[in-house]
Design a protein around this ligand. Sequence first.
Ligand code: B12
Ligand code: SF4
Length: 520
Amino acid sequence: MNWLSTLLENVPSDPFYQPRKPLWLPREMSDAPVLPPPGSHRQPQMRTVLLINPFYAKSPHGSFGKHVLTPTLALTSIAGATPPHWQVRHWDENLLQGLPPAEPLPEVVGITVHLTFAKRAYELARWYRAQGSQVVLGGLHVLSCPEEVAPHADALAIGDGVQLWPEILRDIERGRLRQRYEATYERPYTLDPPPRRDLLPRRSFLTTTSLIATRGCHNRCGFCYLSTDRLRMPYRVREPEDIRRQFETDDQPYAVFTDNNLGSRRDYLRELCRALRPAKKIWSAAVTLDVTDDPALVREMALAGCTGVFIGFESLTDQNLADAHKRTPLAEDYARRVRMFHDLGIQVNGSFVVGFDRDRKDTFTTLVQWIEAVRMECATFHILTPYPGTPLFRQLETEDRLLHRDWEKYDTAHVVFRPNQMTPEELLLGYDWLYRRLFSHASIWLRKPNELSALPAYFAGCYLYKRSNRLWRFLIKRQLVHAVWRPLVEMTRLRHLAFRQRLEMQTKPAVCGTPIPASV
Ligand code: B12
Ligand code: SF4
């Protein structure tokens, strides 16, 4: 019966089973395109900017679709702050369209830098500088490790780039570029211009409407990048009307809120929902589980078009969360709260971290069993990762538990520290098992919704989004992502409108399945 277990992909119940078949990871998903020798120094085209999102290696565990679901707002926000006499171009290396453009040579190259793709950002910076462009580096890693980044750039933007960018370009025009520009995130968010989504290749993303309505979070968990030393980011919000306008203008049926936590201020979220409701569109967002303290608010979210939430449950062990100073409901109450979303037609994508000090070898099975019992449509798993500058990083450094500082591997898919109650190898095997198990036919079947009418959308979501990496690679390379997904998204929107109507009339809301992933 070997062929049958292969067909059914029977994942053993022991999280540490060996040997295991490697997961599929083609070269384009693991290696950036090789840059040719830069050639000689030449005259760049004046008043032109190229903004680059560098390549990063994809994990074979998740869907490749995740990377083209919706774009980061880092570069479109910077583009929005560019004075009109500068020409701007956008390039995302993760769309697999080859080398970034160098003809004509841009006067300024702005690159966003995260620790996982810092090495690639430095390579790109070196390549453009050698040809004659001036390179400005900004982003999370520039804020947490400016000394490391500085030698690779003509200028650093530390903190909020939207405030700094016009000043940087003005200084370039005057030939007086400084090495370092710094801004906090304290000024009102309402002053920011809207991001320039018109620069994005629409064909390449499931939706180009990444929205961001708020900044910061009421929590400061010790493992989160929001607790980075230098980062001062009070909770700030944009006008709900401004967000509605951005959503309308981009003309897509579905938006993804990329806020850290759209639910930190309930009065604001309520106002936002009321502004979005007449638009008759659908959206998903990251919120903390405590929004369910207010069931009427969750209902308003559903009525405003929310089809999915991304929730950082992190752990089923309360003490892990207390250690990290995360204020959150108790684990024993999670299931009831998940049900509240489900009853209102909102899918839950749970985010879980493994490797906390109280995690033991049985953590993996307990976690999967719980996810299956509450029928969570989707979950993402992360190996605990100490981002430089955070309390967690300092703790593990002081305890001499960091294994290395190879930032590329600080992507939550590798073990970079010595865990407390298992070996690094066991943590990695357990993490790998969680994904194999969750995406197995058996687990997909166990988590299926009760209602028959929700099954087609649920299975479409599981199989098309999560188990089709070969198809995703094809769609990404051929720029077919939008064309293929748009009809599915539109169908989901129409179903959701019908669902909302029933909900408004207060009859039993019935079912509303959605094949679209619940946020990033
Ligand atoms: C959209 C998103 C994604 C998308 C797109 C990612 C991409 N790089 O293309 C997807 C879903 C693919 C993704 C994947 C991952 N992500 Co992500 N993602 C986000 C998210 C939700 C929004 C990003 C965004 O639009 N921010 C809004 C912009 C405006 O803010 P910003 O980037 O900080 O930019 C400002 C400044 O930094 C500065 N700036 C930035 N760039 C530049 C450039 C220049 C030239 C200048 C002048 C200024 C400047 O100005 C901007 C305006 O103030 C953030 C959380 C968040 N809310 O930021 C997480 C986040 C960035 N992701 C994170 C992680 C960990 C990942 C993953 C590794 C997770 C995983 N295991 O799957 C993967 C893989 C990516 C990788 N290897 O790096 C972490 C990064 C932590 C860290 N310290 O690096 C974050 C912060 C989430 C979190 N809370 O932990 N992600
Ligand atoms: S609740 Fe989430 S976004 Fe807020 S600080 Fe904690 S991990 Fe970060």
